[in-house]
Each structure stands twice: as C-alpha cells, then as structure tokens.
Design a protein around this ligand. Structure first.
Ligand code: GDP
Ligand code: ZN
Length: 290
C-alpha cells in the first residue's frame, strides 16, 4: 500500500496503482504506507479487507496518547536532521534509534544544510555519537547531487522511511531521489484534493529499485510505552560499555563504578537516562492503576 488519505487508500500491484476504500474496523488497522493488504475487488471499487502481518513497523505516540504505526515493512529508517535551521536535536535522533530497534528497522542518519553556517563541533559530536551507536551517518546539502547519490547507495534497493523534524530537507531529498514532487504527484483528484495529501506518509518507488516513504506529516516523535530494556537496545554503545560496570545490575544513573559513565559522552548518557526515567515512571504509573 502506498498511502492512506481519509477513507481511501492508494495501492500498487503488478497491474499498476489504483485507489481503493478502507473497510471500517479493519483488524489491526488502519493500514499505513508499506503495508501489504488484501483487496476485495468484488464491488465497483476495491476495498481493503485485510492487512498482512508486518515484518517491521515504526511506531510513535499519536494524539490522544495512542500508539500509531507510521510506516510498515520498511527496512531502513533514515533520520534526517539539519545541522542548522531548524536546530539539531540529538535526543530526537536517539528516540528514533530506540523506535527503529523496537520495530526491527536498520537506521542511518543524514545531516543536511551543511552549506548553512553551523556549529561544526556540535555536528562532529553528533556524528561521532551516532557512528558509535552503529549507524551510518552522511553529512551534506540536500541540494548537492553527491549527497543524493550517497543516500541512494545507502538505501541500496531497500524500502527506506525518511523521518525527522519538518523543514530539514526530507521532501527535497525525496524529490531528488525519485523525481516525484509531493504536491504535484499524479494521483486521482479525490486523493489530490483531500486534506491529507501533503501530510500523510507516502511510498514512492525509486528508479532502479527500492522505495522511500517520506513521513513529512509527522510533527513530533514520542516513543510508545516500552520496557527499560527496549530503551537500552537503542543505545548499543551504552550496552557495550555496561559489561565493565562494577555492578551487574548497574543502571548507569550515577552508580558507583559505572563504566558507561566513563565511556559515553555525557549528553548521550543524559539522553538515555531521560528515556529510562520516562519508561520507569510509565511502568510505575501503570502498576498504580491496575
Ligand atoms: P521537509 O519538511 O523535511 O520535507 O523539508 P523540505 O525538503 O521541505 O525543506 C525545507 C526547506 O529547506 C526548503 O526551503 C528547502 O529548499 C530547504 N533545504 C532543504 N535541504 C537543504 C539544504 O541542504 N541546504 C539548504 N540551504 N536548504 C535546504
Ligand atoms: Zn553503569
């Protein structure tokens, strides 16, 4: 499935792309970009009757505190962040890393707008921090064809989901990679005039293989409730250092003999601690309300 726009969805198969309806109260629904769906073509317009189990899923907390899928079956999460305008938020990248591990996606980071004045030391710290966590990191300008080609190589024929603050260059990269401009893409009038057109995640195939989903409409990104161990999985550099902590149950929260404290950059450790504390207080809150 390419995307959902209100009660309608755009799907693709060997025969091409077409518009279908969503059946209300679809189990496991609503479907999202990247979902493999079962379409019933008995009526005048196809209707989605089922969603196949997701291989991977990127989830966030939506309005009303509900867990919402953003993209299904993506292989790679490409977190796009600008080195300036809007300001770089290292903790947002860390939150995406936790969500990527939880959902079964690989992750990479693309830092854009390096043609604008920026704090080179701050950017170098973020690059080091993300590479230490095992994520490929690219830095450049979204207007530079060289960066676009590096991103294409990074995607390497896979389904990649682009995520990040608005204004960081996701659409610019998507257009450069696919040749498709979001606002002028060829879709039916009903989909085009829908108020969802420019905001809902949309899957666009890449010439030469693979596809991208630009999650442009996602304005904030907060993690669904998860266990502290799931948070830790998003910080492999901290987990690696933890083997040398004096106590096996070290929480890396200022415990004596903590090796993570020595090995990991303070702001990175602080980012980890903030998520662990939020997860623990959510668990405590849930226990208190059983
Ligand atoms: P999105 O909201 O993440 O999809 O961001 P856009 O692709 O719409 O880009 C937001 C604005 O930043 C647009 O005016 C782009 O032309 C501009 N922009 C995107 N990437 C770069 C870049 O690498 N350098 C500069 N200087 N501007 C950029
Ligand atoms: Zn420790």
């Amino acid at each position: 499935m390419l995307r959902v726009a209100g009660p309608l969805a755009e799907v693709a198969d060997a025969a091409g792309t077409r518009e279908v309806r969503l059946s209300p109260r679809l189990p496991g629904g609503p479907p999202v970009a990247g979902d493999r769906v079962v379409v019933d073509d008995a009526g005048t317009q196809g209707i989605i009757r089922g969603i196949e189990p997701r291989r991977t899923v990127l989830e966030r907390i939506g309005s009303g505190g509900r867990v919402r899928a953003v993209v299904a079956n993506a292989d790679l999460l490409v977190v796009v962040a600008a080195v300036a305008e809007p300001p770089l938020v290292p903790r947002l990248i860390d939150r995406y890393a936790v969500a990527a591990v939880a959902g079964g996606l690989d992750m990479a980071v693309v830092l854009t707008k390096d043609d604008l004045p920026h704090d080179a030391a701050e950017v170098a710290t973020v690059v080091r921090r993300q590479r230490a966590a095992g994520h490929p990191v690219l830095v450049g300008s979204a207007f530079d064809p060289a960066l676009v080609e590096q991103v294409r190589e990074l995607i390497d024929g896979r389904l990649a989901a682009f995520a990040g603050h608005s204004g960081v260059g996701k659409s610019t990269l998507t257009t450069a990679l696919t040749g498709v401009r979001r606002a002028t893409a060829e879709v039916s009038d009903r989909l085009r005039s829908g108020r969802h057109t420019t905001t809902d995640p949309r899957l666009i195939p890449l010439p030469g293989g693979g596809a991208v989903v630009d999650t442009a409409g996602v304005r904030s990104f907060w993690l669904p409730p998860m266990a502290p161990t799931d948070i830790a999985a998003g910080f492999p550099d901290i987990v690696a250092a933890a083997g040398d902590c004096r106590f096996r149950d070290c929480r890396h929260m200022g415990d004596a003999g903590c090796a993570a404290q020595a090995a990991v950059e303070p702001e990175r450790l602080e980012s980890y601690r903030a998520l662990i504390e939020a997860a623990e207080s959510a668990v405590a809150f849930a226990r208190g309300h059983d």
